[in-house]
Design a protein around this ligand. Structure first.
Ligand code: BES
Ligand code: MN
Ligand code: ZN
Length: 490
Protein backbone atom coordinates (compact mmCIF):
# COMPACT_ATOMS: atom_id res chain seq x y z
CA UNK A 1 0.00 0.00 0.00
CA UNK A 2 1.42 3.34 -1.10
CA UNK A 3 0.42 6.46 0.82
CA UNK A 4 0.00 9.92 -0.71
CA UNK A 5 -1.13 13.21 0.80
CA UNK A 6 -3.44 15.74 -0.81
CA UNK A 7 -4.95 19.04 0.30
CA UNK A 8 -8.17 19.07 -1.66
CA UNK A 9 -11.29 16.93 -1.36
CA UNK A 10 -11.82 17.47 -5.09
CA UNK A 11 -9.27 14.85 -6.15
CA UNK A 12 -10.02 12.12 -8.62
CA UNK A 13 -10.57 8.90 -6.72
CA UNK A 14 -12.58 5.68 -6.93
CA UNK A 15 -13.68 6.05 -3.32
CA UNK A 16 -13.75 9.23 -1.22
CA UNK A 17 -14.19 8.32 2.46
CA UNK A 18 -15.27 10.58 5.31
CA UNK A 19 -16.11 10.05 8.98
CA UNK A 20 -19.54 10.77 10.45
CA UNK A 21 -20.33 11.46 14.12
CA UNK A 22 -23.44 9.87 15.57
CA UNK A 23 -26.66 11.61 14.53
CA UNK A 24 -24.85 14.42 12.79
CA UNK A 25 -26.06 15.90 9.51
CA UNK A 26 -22.71 16.16 7.76
CA UNK A 27 -19.65 14.21 6.73
CA UNK A 28 -16.60 15.62 8.54
CA UNK A 29 -14.49 17.70 6.16
CA UNK A 30 -16.52 16.94 3.01
CA UNK A 31 -16.87 19.78 0.48
CA UNK A 32 -20.02 21.10 -1.22
CA UNK A 33 -21.86 19.12 -3.94
CA UNK A 34 -24.73 19.79 -6.31
CA UNK A 35 -28.33 19.48 -5.06
CA UNK A 36 -28.91 15.92 -6.29
CA UNK A 37 -25.72 14.58 -4.74
CA UNK A 38 -26.33 16.46 -1.49
CA UNK A 39 -29.81 14.93 -1.22
CA UNK A 40 -28.33 11.45 -1.69
CA UNK A 41 -25.67 12.08 0.95
CA UNK A 42 -28.25 13.45 3.40
CA UNK A 43 -30.49 10.44 2.93
CA UNK A 44 -27.55 8.12 3.59
CA UNK A 45 -26.57 10.13 6.67
CA UNK A 46 -30.08 9.68 8.04
CA UNK A 47 -30.02 5.96 7.34
CA UNK A 48 -26.69 5.12 8.93
CA UNK A 49 -26.99 7.61 11.83
CA UNK A 50 -23.20 7.79 12.23
CA UNK A 51 -23.34 4.66 14.41
CA UNK A 52 -19.88 3.30 15.24
CA UNK A 53 -18.66 0.86 12.60
CA UNK A 54 -21.51 1.40 10.12
CA UNK A 55 -20.48 2.03 6.56
CA UNK A 56 -22.54 3.33 3.68
CA UNK A 57 -21.46 3.82 0.07
CA UNK A 58 -23.07 6.20 -2.43
CA UNK A 59 -22.27 5.86 -6.13
CA UNK A 60 -21.67 9.28 -7.72
CA UNK A 61 -23.03 10.39 -11.07
CA UNK A 62 -20.59 10.68 -13.99
CA UNK A 63 -19.03 14.11 -13.69
CA UNK A 64 -17.93 13.90 -10.03
CA UNK A 65 -14.18 13.59 -9.39
CA UNK A 66 -15.03 10.87 -6.86
CA UNK A 67 -16.67 7.75 -8.30
CA UNK A 68 -18.18 6.86 -4.92
CA UNK A 69 -18.50 8.45 -1.50
CA UNK A 70 -18.16 6.29 1.62
CA UNK A 71 -19.59 7.41 4.94
CA UNK A 72 -18.04 5.77 8.00
CA UNK A 73 -19.78 6.06 11.38
CA UNK A 74 -17.54 6.83 14.36
CA UNK A 75 -20.22 7.06 17.08
CA UNK A 76 -20.65 9.74 19.73
CA UNK A 77 -18.05 12.48 19.99
CA UNK A 78 -17.68 11.98 23.77
CA UNK A 79 -16.76 8.32 23.24
CA UNK A 80 -14.25 9.00 20.46
CA UNK A 81 -10.71 7.71 21.03
CA UNK A 82 -7.66 7.09 18.88
CA UNK A 83 -8.80 3.50 18.67
CA UNK A 84 -12.11 4.50 17.07
CA UNK A 85 -10.34 6.12 14.14
CA UNK A 86 -7.85 3.25 13.86
CA UNK A 87 -10.58 0.59 13.88
CA UNK A 88 -12.94 2.41 11.49
CA UNK A 89 -10.09 3.27 9.10
CA UNK A 90 -9.24 -0.42 9.02
CA UNK A 91 -12.85 -1.22 8.12
CA UNK A 92 -12.69 1.32 5.27
CA UNK A 93 -9.46 -0.20 3.94
CA UNK A 94 -10.93 -3.70 4.06
CA UNK A 95 -14.03 -2.47 2.22
CA UNK A 96 -11.85 -0.92 -0.49
CA UNK A 97 -10.00 -4.19 -0.95
CA UNK A 98 -13.31 -6.07 -1.04
CA UNK A 99 -14.41 -3.72 -3.86
CA UNK A 100 -11.11 -4.59 -5.62
CA UNK A 101 -10.17 -0.89 -5.84
CA UNK A 102 -6.64 0.19 -6.79
CA UNK A 103 -6.84 3.25 -4.55
CA UNK A 104 -9.08 5.10 -2.10
CA UNK A 105 -8.97 8.43 -0.25
CA UNK A 106 -9.74 9.37 3.35
CA UNK A 107 -10.59 12.88 4.58
CA UNK A 108 -9.01 13.47 8.00
CA UNK A 109 -11.57 14.77 10.48
CA UNK A 110 -11.09 18.43 11.51
CA UNK A 111 -9.03 19.20 14.62
CA UNK A 112 -12.03 19.96 16.85
CA UNK A 113 -12.83 16.25 16.60
CA UNK A 114 -9.31 14.80 16.93
CA UNK A 115 -5.89 16.43 16.57
CA UNK A 116 -4.33 16.10 13.13
CA UNK A 117 -1.20 14.21 14.18
CA UNK A 118 -3.19 11.53 16.03
CA UNK A 119 -5.66 11.33 13.23
CA UNK A 120 -3.18 10.64 10.41
CA UNK A 121 -1.34 8.21 12.68
CA UNK A 122 -4.48 6.19 13.44
CA UNK A 123 -5.69 6.26 9.83
CA UNK A 124 -2.40 4.85 8.56
CA UNK A 125 -2.03 2.27 11.32
CA UNK A 126 -5.62 1.14 10.86
CA UNK A 127 -5.43 0.89 7.06
CA UNK A 128 -2.04 -0.78 6.86
CA UNK A 129 -2.52 -3.24 9.70
CA UNK A 130 -6.03 -4.27 8.67
CA UNK A 131 -4.85 -5.23 5.18
CA UNK A 132 -2.16 -7.62 6.40
CA UNK A 133 -3.15 -11.21 5.81
CA UNK A 134 -1.17 -14.36 6.64
CA UNK A 135 -1.51 -16.15 3.30
CA UNK A 136 2.05 -17.45 2.84
CA UNK A 137 0.85 -21.06 2.82
CA UNK A 138 -2.36 -20.62 0.82
CA UNK A 139 -2.68 -21.03 -2.92
CA UNK A 140 -5.28 -18.28 -3.01
CA UNK A 141 -3.62 -15.02 -1.98
CA UNK A 142 -5.34 -11.92 -0.62
CA UNK A 143 -6.25 -9.25 -3.15
CA UNK A 144 -3.45 -6.65 -3.58
CA UNK A 145 -3.71 -3.79 -1.06
CA UNK A 146 -5.15 -0.59 -2.56
CA UNK A 147 -3.15 2.65 -2.28
CA UNK A 148 -4.31 5.37 0.09
CA UNK A 149 -4.50 9.14 -0.33
CA UNK A 150 -4.91 11.02 2.92
CA UNK A 151 -6.65 14.35 2.52
CA UNK A 152 -5.04 16.63 5.06
CA UNK A 153 -3.56 20.11 5.31
CA UNK A 154 0.13 19.36 4.84
CA UNK A 155 2.84 20.54 7.22
CA UNK A 156 6.25 19.13 7.98
CA UNK A 157 4.89 17.81 11.28
CA UNK A 158 2.10 15.94 9.50
CA UNK A 159 4.43 14.54 6.87
CA UNK A 160 6.75 13.33 9.63
CA UNK A 161 3.83 11.73 11.48
CA UNK A 162 2.83 9.94 8.29
CA UNK A 163 6.30 8.54 7.67
CA UNK A 164 6.53 7.46 11.31
CA UNK A 165 3.13 5.75 11.27
CA UNK A 166 4.12 3.86 8.11
CA UNK A 167 7.31 2.52 9.70
CA UNK A 168 5.58 1.70 12.99
CA UNK A 169 2.79 -0.23 11.23
CA UNK A 170 5.32 -2.07 9.12
CA UNK A 171 7.13 -3.03 12.34
CA UNK A 172 3.91 -4.47 13.76
CA UNK A 173 3.18 -6.27 10.49
CA UNK A 174 6.69 -7.73 10.43
CA UNK A 175 6.13 -9.03 13.98
CA UNK A 176 2.79 -10.56 12.99
CA UNK A 177 4.21 -12.18 9.89
CA UNK A 178 7.02 -14.03 11.69
CA UNK A 179 4.92 -14.79 14.77
CA UNK A 180 2.34 -16.47 12.50
CA UNK A 181 4.89 -18.87 11.00
CA UNK A 182 4.26 -22.51 11.94
CA UNK A 183 6.76 -24.21 14.27
CA UNK A 184 8.11 -26.50 11.54
CA UNK A 185 9.05 -23.43 9.50
CA UNK A 186 10.30 -21.21 12.31
CA UNK A 187 13.03 -22.45 14.64
CA UNK A 188 15.48 -20.49 16.79
CA UNK A 189 17.84 -20.52 13.79
CA UNK A 190 15.12 -19.03 11.55
CA UNK A 191 14.59 -16.20 14.03
CA UNK A 192 18.33 -15.58 14.17
CA UNK A 193 18.31 -15.29 10.37
CA UNK A 194 15.45 -12.77 10.50
CA UNK A 195 17.48 -10.75 13.00
CA UNK A 196 20.53 -10.85 10.72
CA UNK A 197 18.39 -9.79 7.76
CA UNK A 198 16.98 -6.68 9.45
CA UNK A 199 20.37 -5.81 10.92
CA UNK A 200 21.95 -5.85 7.44
CA UNK A 201 19.20 -3.78 5.87
CA UNK A 202 19.30 -1.12 8.54
CA UNK A 203 22.91 -1.12 9.73
CA UNK A 204 22.44 -2.57 13.18
CA UNK A 205 24.95 -4.82 14.89
CA UNK A 206 23.76 -8.38 15.29
CA UNK A 207 25.32 -11.34 17.02
CA UNK A 208 24.03 -14.78 17.87
CA UNK A 209 25.27 -17.05 20.65
CA UNK A 210 24.81 -20.79 20.03
CA UNK A 211 25.77 -24.03 21.80
CA UNK A 212 28.37 -24.83 23.06
CA UNK A 213 29.09 -21.13 23.87
CA UNK A 214 25.73 -20.73 25.61
CA UNK A 215 26.66 -23.45 28.10
CA UNK A 216 30.26 -22.25 28.43
CA UNK A 217 29.19 -18.67 29.14
CA UNK A 218 26.75 -19.79 31.84
CA UNK A 219 23.36 -19.54 30.12
CA UNK A 220 22.05 -22.47 32.17
CA UNK A 221 18.36 -21.66 31.62
CA UNK A 222 18.51 -21.44 27.82
CA UNK A 223 20.73 -24.53 27.61
CA UNK A 224 18.49 -26.62 29.89
CA UNK A 225 15.23 -25.77 28.13
CA UNK A 226 16.82 -26.13 24.69
CA UNK A 227 18.49 -29.50 25.29
CA UNK A 228 15.38 -31.61 24.60
CA UNK A 229 14.99 -30.42 21.02
CA UNK A 230 16.96 -31.17 17.87
CA UNK A 231 16.61 -27.49 17.03
CA UNK A 232 19.54 -25.63 18.56
CA UNK A 233 18.82 -22.87 21.07
CA UNK A 234 20.04 -19.36 20.25
CA UNK A 235 20.55 -16.08 22.05
CA UNK A 236 19.97 -13.34 19.49
CA UNK A 237 21.20 -9.79 20.06
CA UNK A 238 20.57 -6.63 18.01
CA UNK A 239 22.21 -3.29 18.79
CA UNK A 240 20.92 0.07 17.54
CA UNK A 241 23.50 2.71 18.47
CA UNK A 242 22.29 6.09 17.23
CA UNK A 243 22.47 7.79 20.62
CA UNK A 244 25.41 9.47 22.31
CA UNK A 245 28.27 6.99 22.84
CA UNK A 246 28.20 7.21 26.62
CA UNK A 247 24.42 7.00 26.92
CA UNK A 248 23.14 3.80 28.50
CA UNK A 249 20.76 1.91 26.23
CA UNK A 250 17.23 0.70 26.74
CA UNK A 251 17.32 -3.09 26.67
CA UNK A 252 14.34 -5.02 25.26
CA UNK A 253 14.06 -8.74 25.99
CA UNK A 254 11.57 -11.09 24.33
CA UNK A 255 10.69 -14.73 25.00
CA UNK A 256 10.91 -16.77 21.80
CA UNK A 257 9.90 -20.37 22.44
CA UNK A 258 9.27 -21.45 18.85
CA UNK A 259 7.06 -24.25 20.15
CA UNK A 260 6.09 -25.02 23.73
CA UNK A 261 4.97 -28.62 24.24
CA UNK A 262 5.59 -28.26 27.96
CA UNK A 263 8.51 -30.68 27.68
CA UNK A 264 8.49 -33.69 30.07
CA UNK A 265 5.65 -31.91 31.94
CA UNK A 266 3.76 -32.31 28.66
CA UNK A 267 0.80 -30.04 27.93
CA UNK A 268 -2.61 -31.56 27.09
CA UNK A 269 -3.26 -31.82 23.35
CA UNK A 270 -6.21 -29.46 23.26
CA UNK A 271 -5.15 -26.17 21.56
CA UNK A 272 -1.48 -27.10 21.87
CA UNK A 273 -1.04 -25.80 18.30
CA UNK A 274 -1.44 -22.28 19.71
CA UNK A 275 1.92 -22.70 21.41
CA UNK A 276 3.50 -21.74 18.09
CA UNK A 277 2.69 -18.25 19.39
CA UNK A 278 5.00 -18.77 22.36
CA UNK A 279 7.64 -16.89 20.35
CA UNK A 280 5.58 -13.69 20.20
CA UNK A 281 7.63 -11.79 22.81
CA UNK A 282 10.78 -12.29 20.74
CA UNK A 283 8.95 -11.39 17.52
CA UNK A 284 7.77 -8.17 19.16
CA UNK A 285 11.36 -7.24 19.96
CA UNK A 286 12.37 -7.97 16.34
CA UNK A 287 9.58 -5.73 15.00
CA UNK A 288 10.50 -2.92 17.38
CA UNK A 289 14.20 -3.11 16.46
CA UNK A 290 13.36 -3.06 12.75
CA UNK A 291 11.27 0.09 13.20
CA UNK A 292 13.74 1.76 15.60
CA UNK A 293 16.47 1.41 13.00
CA UNK A 294 14.29 2.60 10.12
CA UNK A 295 13.13 5.61 12.16
CA UNK A 296 16.80 6.24 12.99
CA UNK A 297 15.78 7.16 16.55
CA UNK A 298 18.64 9.12 18.16
CA UNK A 299 18.96 6.70 21.08
CA UNK A 300 20.68 3.44 22.01
CA UNK A 301 18.49 0.35 22.07
CA UNK A 302 19.46 -3.30 22.44
CA UNK A 303 17.15 -6.22 21.62
CA UNK A 304 17.87 -9.58 23.25
CA UNK A 305 15.94 -12.68 22.22
CA UNK A 306 16.46 -16.01 23.95
CA UNK A 307 15.05 -18.64 21.61
CA UNK A 308 14.45 -22.36 22.16
CA UNK A 309 12.04 -25.12 21.33
CA UNK A 310 10.60 -26.83 24.44
CA UNK A 311 10.34 -30.55 23.57
CA UNK A 312 10.15 -33.85 25.43
CA UNK A 313 12.90 -36.32 24.51
CA UNK A 314 15.59 -38.53 25.97
CA UNK A 315 17.77 -35.44 26.28
CA UNK A 316 15.19 -33.15 27.90
CA UNK A 317 15.63 -31.41 31.22
CA UNK A 318 13.52 -32.92 33.95
CA UNK A 319 11.40 -31.98 36.96
CA UNK A 320 13.83 -32.32 39.87
CA UNK A 321 16.84 -30.95 37.97
CA UNK A 322 18.74 -28.10 39.57
CA UNK A 323 20.28 -25.68 37.08
CA UNK A 324 22.50 -22.61 37.39
CA UNK A 325 21.29 -19.44 35.66
CA UNK A 326 23.39 -16.68 34.08
CA UNK A 327 22.91 -14.60 37.25
CA UNK A 328 24.77 -17.28 39.21
CA UNK A 329 21.60 -18.21 41.09
CA UNK A 330 20.36 -21.81 41.07
CA UNK A 331 16.84 -22.93 40.18
CA UNK A 332 15.07 -26.14 41.07
CA UNK A 333 12.92 -27.30 38.17
CA UNK A 334 9.51 -28.49 39.34
CA UNK A 335 7.69 -28.16 36.04
CA UNK A 336 9.38 -28.14 32.64
CA UNK A 337 6.40 -26.21 31.27
CA UNK A 338 7.50 -23.16 33.28
CA UNK A 339 10.32 -22.72 30.75
CA UNK A 340 9.86 -19.07 29.75
CA UNK A 341 11.10 -17.64 33.04
CA UNK A 342 14.28 -19.74 32.78
CA UNK A 343 15.34 -18.46 29.37
CA UNK A 344 14.24 -14.90 30.22
CA UNK A 345 16.16 -14.88 33.51
CA UNK A 346 19.33 -15.67 31.55
CA UNK A 347 18.65 -12.94 28.99
CA UNK A 348 17.71 -10.31 31.61
CA UNK A 349 20.85 -10.94 33.66
CA UNK A 350 22.99 -10.89 30.52
CA UNK A 351 21.36 -7.63 29.36
CA UNK A 352 22.01 -5.93 32.69
CA UNK A 353 25.59 -7.15 33.04
CA UNK A 354 26.61 -6.51 29.44
CA UNK A 355 24.94 -3.13 28.83
CA UNK A 356 24.21 -1.42 32.21
CA UNK A 357 20.91 -0.25 30.67
CA UNK A 358 18.85 2.68 31.89
CA UNK A 359 15.74 0.53 31.56
CA UNK A 360 14.85 -3.07 30.76
CA UNK A 361 11.50 -4.05 29.28
CA UNK A 362 10.62 -7.67 28.61
CA UNK A 363 7.76 -9.26 26.67
CA UNK A 364 6.62 -12.82 27.14
CA UNK A 365 3.67 -15.12 26.63
CA UNK A 366 4.59 -16.26 30.11
CA UNK A 367 1.54 -17.52 32.00
CA UNK A 368 -1.90 -18.95 31.32
CA UNK A 369 -2.79 -17.34 34.66
CA UNK A 370 -2.52 -13.94 32.96
CA UNK A 371 -5.52 -14.83 30.78
CA UNK A 372 -7.47 -15.88 33.88
CA UNK A 373 -6.61 -12.59 35.60
CA UNK A 374 -7.01 -10.04 32.80
CA UNK A 375 -8.52 -11.79 29.79
CA UNK A 376 -7.43 -11.36 26.21
CA UNK A 377 -7.46 -7.60 25.68
CA UNK A 378 -5.15 -6.37 28.43
CA UNK A 379 -1.54 -7.34 29.12
CA UNK A 380 -0.19 -7.64 32.66
CA UNK A 381 2.72 -5.52 33.74
CA UNK A 382 4.90 -6.16 36.77
CA UNK A 383 7.71 -3.79 37.63
CA UNK A 384 10.31 -2.69 40.15
CA UNK A 385 10.10 0.98 39.14
CA UNK A 386 7.16 3.38 39.41
CA UNK A 387 8.53 5.97 37.00
CA UNK A 388 9.09 3.50 34.18
CA UNK A 389 5.65 2.00 34.78
CA UNK A 390 4.12 5.47 34.50
CA UNK A 391 5.82 6.02 31.14
CA UNK A 392 4.55 2.70 29.84
CA UNK A 393 1.06 3.58 31.05
CA UNK A 394 1.18 6.87 29.13
CA UNK A 395 2.20 5.13 25.92
CA UNK A 396 -0.51 2.56 26.53
CA UNK A 397 -3.18 5.27 26.62
CA UNK A 398 -1.93 6.73 23.33
CA UNK A 399 -1.63 3.45 21.44
CA UNK A 400 -4.57 1.58 23.00
CA UNK A 401 -2.31 -1.38 23.66
CA UNK A 402 -3.81 -1.91 27.08
CA UNK A 403 -1.84 -2.86 30.18
CA UNK A 404 -2.67 -3.30 33.86
CA UNK A 405 -0.19 -3.47 36.69
CA UNK A 406 -0.09 -6.36 39.16
CA UNK A 407 1.69 -6.02 42.53
CA UNK A 408 5.01 -7.61 43.38
CA UNK A 409 6.33 -7.67 46.93
CA UNK A 410 8.36 -9.93 49.22
CA UNK A 411 5.34 -12.14 49.98
CA UNK A 412 5.25 -13.18 46.32
CA UNK A 413 9.01 -13.56 46.12
CA UNK A 414 8.82 -15.89 49.14
CA UNK A 415 6.43 -18.12 47.19
CA UNK A 416 9.24 -19.24 44.84
CA UNK A 417 11.70 -20.21 47.59
CA UNK A 418 13.07 -23.72 47.16
CA UNK A 419 14.22 -26.21 49.78
CA UNK A 420 17.20 -27.27 47.71
CA UNK A 421 18.14 -24.32 45.45
CA UNK A 422 17.97 -20.51 45.48
CA UNK A 423 14.55 -20.58 43.75
CA UNK A 424 12.04 -22.98 42.26
CA UNK A 425 10.52 -22.40 38.84
CA UNK A 426 6.87 -22.53 40.01
CA UNK A 427 4.94 -20.82 42.79
CA UNK A 428 2.48 -22.41 45.23
CA UNK A 429 -0.34 -24.16 43.39
CA UNK A 430 -2.17 -21.83 41.07
CA UNK A 431 -2.01 -18.79 43.34
CA UNK A 432 -0.96 -15.58 41.57
CA UNK A 433 0.73 -17.45 38.71
CA UNK A 434 1.53 -14.32 36.72
CA UNK A 435 3.14 -12.62 39.71
CA UNK A 436 5.19 -15.60 40.90
CA UNK A 437 6.57 -15.93 37.35
CA UNK A 438 7.50 -12.23 37.47
CA UNK A 439 9.04 -12.74 40.91
CA UNK A 440 11.34 -15.32 39.34
CA UNK A 441 12.39 -12.77 36.70
CA UNK A 442 12.92 -10.04 39.28
CA UNK A 443 15.70 -12.17 40.79
CA UNK A 444 17.63 -11.79 37.53
CA UNK A 445 17.63 -7.97 37.63
CA UNK A 446 19.82 -6.41 40.30
CA UNK A 447 19.39 -2.65 40.09
CA UNK A 448 17.93 -1.60 36.73
CA UNK A 449 14.41 -0.12 36.35
CA UNK A 450 12.50 -2.99 34.79
CA UNK A 451 9.02 -3.65 33.44
CA UNK A 452 7.82 -7.14 32.60
CA UNK A 453 4.90 -7.38 30.15
CA UNK A 454 3.00 -10.69 30.15
CA UNK A 455 1.36 -10.87 26.71
CA UNK A 456 -0.13 -14.38 27.07
CA UNK A 457 -3.66 -13.05 26.53
CA UNK A 458 -3.03 -10.43 23.87
CA UNK A 459 -0.30 -11.77 21.58
CA UNK A 460 -2.72 -13.50 19.25
CA UNK A 461 -6.46 -13.50 18.58
CA UNK A 462 -8.23 -15.91 20.94
CA UNK A 463 -11.93 -16.71 21.23
CA UNK A 464 -12.57 -13.98 23.83
CA UNK A 465 -10.59 -11.30 21.98
CA UNK A 466 -12.50 -8.12 21.09
CA UNK A 467 -12.74 -7.81 17.31
CA UNK A 468 -10.61 -5.04 15.77
CA UNK A 469 -10.27 -4.49 12.04
CA UNK A 470 -6.54 -3.86 12.38
CA UNK A 471 -5.97 -7.19 14.15
CA UNK A 472 -7.14 -9.96 11.84
CA UNK A 473 -6.85 -13.62 12.99
CA UNK A 474 -3.44 -14.78 14.20
CA UNK A 475 -0.68 -12.82 15.91
CA UNK A 476 -1.40 -9.18 16.87
CA UNK A 477 2.11 -7.75 17.16
CA UNK A 478 1.14 -6.45 20.61
CA UNK A 479 3.82 -4.25 22.14
CA UNK A 480 5.33 -2.90 18.94
CA UNK A 481 3.24 0.28 18.80
CA UNK A 482 3.33 0.61 22.60
CA UNK A 483 7.10 0.51 22.97
CA UNK A 484 7.83 2.54 19.83
CA UNK A 485 5.74 5.31 21.36
CA UNK A 486 7.73 5.00 24.59
CA UNK A 487 11.06 5.00 22.73
CA UNK A 488 10.14 8.12 20.74
CA UNK A 489 9.64 9.96 24.01
CA UNK A 490 12.41 8.60 26.30
N1 BES B 1 3.73 -20.46 27.21
C1 BES B 1 3.08 -20.86 28.39
C2 BES B 1 2.06 -19.86 28.89
C3 BES B 1 0.80 -19.72 28.07
C4 BES B 1 -0.19 -20.69 28.12
C5 BES B 1 0.61 -18.62 27.29
C6 BES B 1 -1.36 -20.52 27.36
C7 BES B 1 -0.56 -18.45 26.54
C8 BES B 1 -1.53 -19.41 26.58
C9 BES B 1 4.10 -21.04 29.51
O1 BES B 1 5.34 -21.52 29.11
C10 BES B 1 3.53 -22.04 30.46
O2 BES B 1 3.33 -23.14 30.07
N2 BES B 1 3.26 -21.61 31.68
C11 BES B 1 2.69 -22.47 32.67
C12 BES B 1 3.37 -22.19 33.99
C13 BES B 1 3.05 -23.19 35.08
C14 BES B 1 3.61 -24.56 34.72
C15 BES B 1 3.64 -22.71 36.38
C16 BES B 1 1.19 -22.15 32.74
O3 BES B 1 0.81 -20.99 32.61
O4 BES B 1 0.42 -23.09 32.91
MN1 MN C 1 5.40 -23.62 29.01
ZN1 ZN D 1 5.90 -21.12 27.22
Amino acid sequence: MKIKTENSVKIKTSLLCGFVLENSNNVLGLGKYDVKTTLAINQSLKDMEGKLGRISIIPMPGKNPAQRILLAGIGKKENLTNDTIRHVSGKIAQKSRELKLKEFSIITPPSFVIDQISSVTQIIEGCKMSLYKFDKFKAEKAEKSPDLTIIVSKSSKILHAIKTAEIVSEGAIFTKSIANLPPNECTPTTLANFARMISKKNKMKCYVISEPELKKKGFGGISAVGQGSKKEPKLIVLEHTHGPKNENPVVLVGKAVTFDTGGISLKPGDRMDEMKFDKCGGCTVLGIMKAVSELKLPINVVGIIPSVENMPSGESYRPGDIIKLYSGKTAEILNTDAEGRLILADALAYGEKQYTPKAIIDFATLTGACIVALGTNVAAIVSNDEKLTKRINESSKKTTEQVWELPLNQDYTDMIKSDVADMKNVGIGRAAGTITAAAFLKNAVEKTPWVHIDIAGVAWIQSATKEKSYNPKGATGFGVRLILDYLQNV
